[in-house]
Design a protein around this ligand. Structure first.
Ligand SMILES: *Cc1c(COP(=O)(O)O)cnc(C)c1O
Length: 432
């Protein structure tokens, strides 16, 4: 009935999330509000783990890409589920460190990590520093030597795969700020350098071909290209790279037209491809890592807003204004992302109007969506935007000095705050 499996309508006609009435949630916590369903987060984690067990003999690890939704409680849940974690900055790393996330299960990404970030990663013992470029390799090698340590690294490789997604979020091709190119020989030069460095242990190769991808073939092709590269390295240097990180990017359902492939179908096909390629090219089966972000957090979240003004411009459109917008969800402004919207207190009524949902910022582009089918919305109604668990809270800002909303977690019919809402003191906290 809705895009995410944890949503339903109760006998009062209200939208429920993880079995809890959203109207009650709004009564208790107010709006705007992020709501995350812990049960669904855990279920999504387990489905990745199960698929690696089933199709790859358990010889792998799913690492949650924490940029999708990052806070201490999320990291605790991921730790408890036994997954690893990806971080892309010292802030995400610090969040993981602050809950004692096991260092060996952390992958540290980023195309321009600072020395401070690299030092912190070495001190904490991060298991996989994903090195993006030669400058970083040199810096890391000297830092590791000065600490008397050996840095465990992976190289970020551009496998050159076109994953048919939005240009802004495509990262696998040669024209990308991320990683080392295969076809120019840049990646191979970096590998040769790394295996000769005293402060570096080359544990693996990494690629990430994009985001919100629905097709399995680009993933299988990327796996094949990467195994071929491992084989070339083995042949020409004698060193066999033991790990392969295939990145994330698995698509989710934002609107009914989206048709994501079940994760185990992905793992089944990619496993077959890796096994075939390894057999053919005479390399050992690598330990694999995958990095789902959106597909773990996205479907588990919704955002709740209160409707203010409703403005109908005859023969043009109706604007429904909400008490949030691009500050808590910038994805329409950034990528024209699509979402499903529901009037949460009238969820049993037909969605028989089409409206533009507008935020409260001083920007005409501050919209959550246009032409969105929804129930008749009036001032005071609650609007739910669905599948906002990823890249909403984590991309939120204080533009127009709007405080960030709280994050509430739902579990077993109960709710609790996991991130407090900002107040006006937070807004001026760093002002002199
Ligand atoms: C963003 C990112 C991910 C997660 O992507 P999703 O689309 O959220 O699954 C994984 N790995 C890397 C390196 C990323 O940059």
């Amino acid at each position: 009935m809705f895009v995410s499996e944890n949503l339903d309508v109760n006998p009062s006609g209200h939208l429920t999330v993880g079995g809890v009435d959203t109207v009650d949630i709004v009564k208790e916590y107010g709006t705007p509000l992020y709501v995350m369903d812990e049960g669904l987060i855990r279920k999504n984690c387990q489905s990745f783990k199960k698929s690696i067990d089933m199709y790859y003999g358990g010889k792998g690890l799913a690492c949650y890409a924490s940029k999708a939704f990052c806070c201490k409680e999320m990291h605790r849940i991921i730790k408890d589920e036994g997954l690893g974690i990806d971080v892309v900055s010292i802030g995400e790393l610090y969040t993981a460190m602050s809950i004692d996330f096991p260092a060996e299960k952390i992958c540290f990404h980023g195309n321009n990590k600072t020395s401070e970030e690299l030092k912190t990663a070495l001190e904490y013992g991060v298991g996989n520093i994903v090195v993006d470029n030669l400058t970083e390799l040199e810096t890391l090698n000297s830092l590791a030597l000065s600490f008397g340590k050996r840095a465990s690294i992976m190289f970020r490789i551009k496998p050159g795969i076109d994953a048919h997604t939005h240009d802004f979020i495509m990262t696998g091709q040669i024209d990308s700020k991320f990683g080392l190119a295969l076809e120019t020989g840049e990646a191979f030069e970096a590998v040769k350098k790394a295996v000769s460095m005293e402060g570096i242990l080359l544990k693996g190769l990494h690629c990430h071909i994009g985001s919100q991808i629905f097709d399995i073939d680009p993933f299988a092709l990327a796996a094949q290209v990467m195994i071929e590269f491992i084989a070339k390295i083995k042949k020409e240097t004698g060193y066999e790279v033991p790990q392969l990180n295939l990145g994330g990017g698995f698509g989710i359902k934002y609107i009914n037209e989206n048709d994501p492939v079940p994760y185990d179908k992905y793992m089944e096909k990619v496993s077959i491809k890796i096994k075939e390629a390894c057999e053919e090219l005479d390399v050992n089966l690598p330990f694999i890592l995958i990095e789902p972000g959106r597909s773990i957090a996205g479907p588990a979240g919704i955002t709740l807003y209160t409707v203010g003004a409703v403005k109908t411009i005859p023969n043009i459109r109706t604007y429904v204004s909400i008490d949030g917008g691009m500050t808590d969800n910038p994805r329409y402004a950034l990528y024209q992302s699509t979402y499903e919207a529901v009037v949460a207190n009238k969820a049993d009524k037909p969605r028989d109007t089409k409206v533009t949902i507008a935020g409260k910022c001083c920007e005409s582009g501050d919209l959550i969506g246009e032409n969105m089918p929804i129930q008749q919305a009036e001032p005071g109604d609650t609007i739910a935007i669905l599948a906002t668990g990823a890249y909403n809270y984590s991309m939120s800002s204080n533009y127009n000095r709007i405080p960030k909303p709280a994050v509430v977690m739902v579990k077993d019919g109960k709710t609790r705050i996991v991130v407090k809402k900002e107040d006006l003191n937070d807004i001026v906290r760093n002002d002199i």
